[in-house]
Ligand binder design. Structure first.
Ligand SMILES: Cc1ncc(COP(=O)(O)O)c(C=O)c1O
Length: 503
């Protein structure tokens, strides 16, 4: 009988190898190549069902609809799974709209967010009968014109930006950690002020073909704590109350609280060690002070200081889906009636992105070189065949992912190294982390890479982007093939005069 350790719903270690569902990740790399994004169908379905159950448990007042944010993972096969789970879909762009329609989500539950929305896009939305979530003063005229010309009635919601004045802890979106969340949320481009929403609402209530059905808010993952969610819901209820009163006691049919729930192992901003500036200032000061005393002493002291540096992925799990659902629904049920809004029959919509896809995806990459620097300081650099340019979403959010070596998943961690990507930048994917004995050919698995990573890859260094695979049980299927080298140049045009100069 071999060894077996469960890491997650979809991840386990069996006889030293990392498995995703019933697939050995080492065999996935042998079959589909490296590097590779892998997604678990079962994990996506479980996450959706947990959101549905948890929000339904806290919201007996009316229907609950989960609208996973397509931007987090808009691969067509993934969107088919979500449509199959009877989800709605939060989309941001004309491209995401096409994917949502192709996956056959019910148009009533396709929420079209985004600013700006181009005129063609608005016409397409009106034609398709999807919900437009209005987020600018300019959109309404175009929507009204499209409704008239296409002879349609359009149901819209208005996106509010409530000031979360009750939550002033630092926003994780600002890595220096100095900006209070309420201010950071206020300067984000999404959402309208109360006055703008009231002005738009008053105009819509006088329109024939445009119907106001509800309101929306989304602030994103500024903070993982439950308090942040409690204060968001209080602020949303407070502003909704004022808006609805100004609209003559208007009662919405649906409200949408957006996304921003943390991934369970939460890699977000874990790369930002708030004590690091102090450590580096000390390093710099000591380095300068020792300069006149010669290299030997200086490097000996620096080596000791550098030995103390270590990055470790966040060890504390984020609150659970159930905890998030409980605080959101409890606060809304208390606060909405206090502000004159009835909850009976009110549909509650939620738009998680990262919390649906994050822990459903892993990235597999192979060790290509190992460089040991022995003098004047000791340092180990492990070069893998992926790059930070294929983790753009995560780099933007200063992720430090949990990781393990897929072919030696239970090996003891015996050393420290920088794990770096293949691009010509520093590409420090996992800087100064603990590692087992590593050899060229070992496979590194970077966990929780299911949201915002595969969909934000670029072609820096003219590198073709890797493939994506969907796993279900012991079955693995390609859902996005590896890019071919010639495709990287496929949009290039050489002007005729440059061609002619060669003839
Ligand atoms: C309107 C809207 N809803 C939902 C989301 C999903 O956010 P998250 O992935 O943090 O849950 C986003 C992300 O930016 C968004 O803009």
């Amino acid at each position: 009988m071999g060894s077996y350790t469960r890491l997650d719903d979809c991840l386990s270690i069996r006889d030293g190898h990392l498995f995703i569902e019933a697939c050995d990740t080492v065999e996935l790399v042998q079959r589909f190549g490296s590097p590779l994004f892998v997604f678990s169908e079962d994990q996506i379905r479980r996450n959706v069902r947990r959101f549905q159950r948890a929000f339904e448990a806290g919201w007996p007042d009316g229907p609950v609809k989960i609208l996973p944010a397509a931007k987090a993972n808009w691969i067509t096969a993934i969107q088919y799974i979500l449509a199959d789970e009877d989800c709605g879909c939060d989309i941001y762009s004309p491209g995401e709209l096409e994917i949502a329609l192709r996956a056959e989500f019910n148009p009533e539950f396709i929420s079209v967010n985004g600013v700006p929305k181009d005129e063609d896009h608005i016409y397409r939305c009106v034609q398709a009968g999807v919900r437009i979530t209005i987020d600018s003063m300019e959109e309404l005229d175009v929507i009204a014109r499209a409704a008239e010309e296409l002879d349609r009635t359009v149901k819209v919601r208005l996106r509010l930006k409530p000031a979360i004045s009750g939550f002033v802890r630092h926003s994780d979106f600002v890595p220096e950690g100095l900006v209070p969340t309420d201010l950071a949320a206020m300067v984000y481009k999404g959402g309208l002020t109360k006055d703008q929403v009231i002005a738009l609402g008053q105009r819509i209530l006088n329109m024939e073909r445009v119907k106001l059905v509800g309101f929306h808010q989304h602030h994103g993952r500024h903070h993982r704590s439950l308090r942040y969610w409690e204060e968001q819901m209080k602020a949303f209820a407070r502003d909704l109350g004022e808006v609805c009163q100004a609209l003559g006691g208007f009662q919405p049919q649906e409200i949408d609280i957006g996304g921003g729930f943390a991934v369970p192992r939460d890699p977000f901003n874990a790369a930002t060690d708030y004590t690091a500036p102090v450590e580096f200032a000390t390093l710099h000061a000591i380095s300068r002070a020792l300069k006149p005393l010669g290299d030997d002493l200086r490097y000996a002291v620096l080596a000791r200081l550098i030995d103390t540096l270590l990055s470790e992925p966040n060890p504390t799990p984020a609150p659970s889906i159930e905890e998030y659902a409980e605080i959101c629904t409890r606060t809304l049920r208390q606060e909405l009636p206090r502000h004159g809004i009835r909850t009976e029959g009110l549909m509650l919509q939620v738009e998680p992105g990262r919390a649906i896809h994050g822990n459903a995806g892993i990235h597999l990459t192979t060790v290509r070189n190992i460089k040991h620097i022995t003098s004047p300081i000791r340092w180990t650099i492990i070069v893998v065949d992926t790059t930070e340019f294929w983790f753009t979403g995560g780099r933007y959010e200063h992720h430090l992912h949990h990781y393990l070596f897929a072919n030696k998943a239970d090996a003891p961690l015996v050393g420290k190294a920088d794990i770096v990507g293949r691009s010509c930048y520093g590409d420090r994917l996992l800087p100064i982390v603990r590692v087992p004995e590593v050899q060229v050919g070992d496979i590194l698995a970077i966990l929780d890479t299911g949201a915002y990573q595969e969909v934000s890859m670029s072609n820096f260094n003219a590198l073709p982007r890797p493939a994506a695979v969907l796993v279900t049980g012991d079955r693995a299927e390609l859902i996005r093939r590896r890019e071919r080298q010639e495709e990287v140049f496929s949009r290039d045009i050489v002007p005729a005069y440059l061609q002619q100069a060669r003839e």
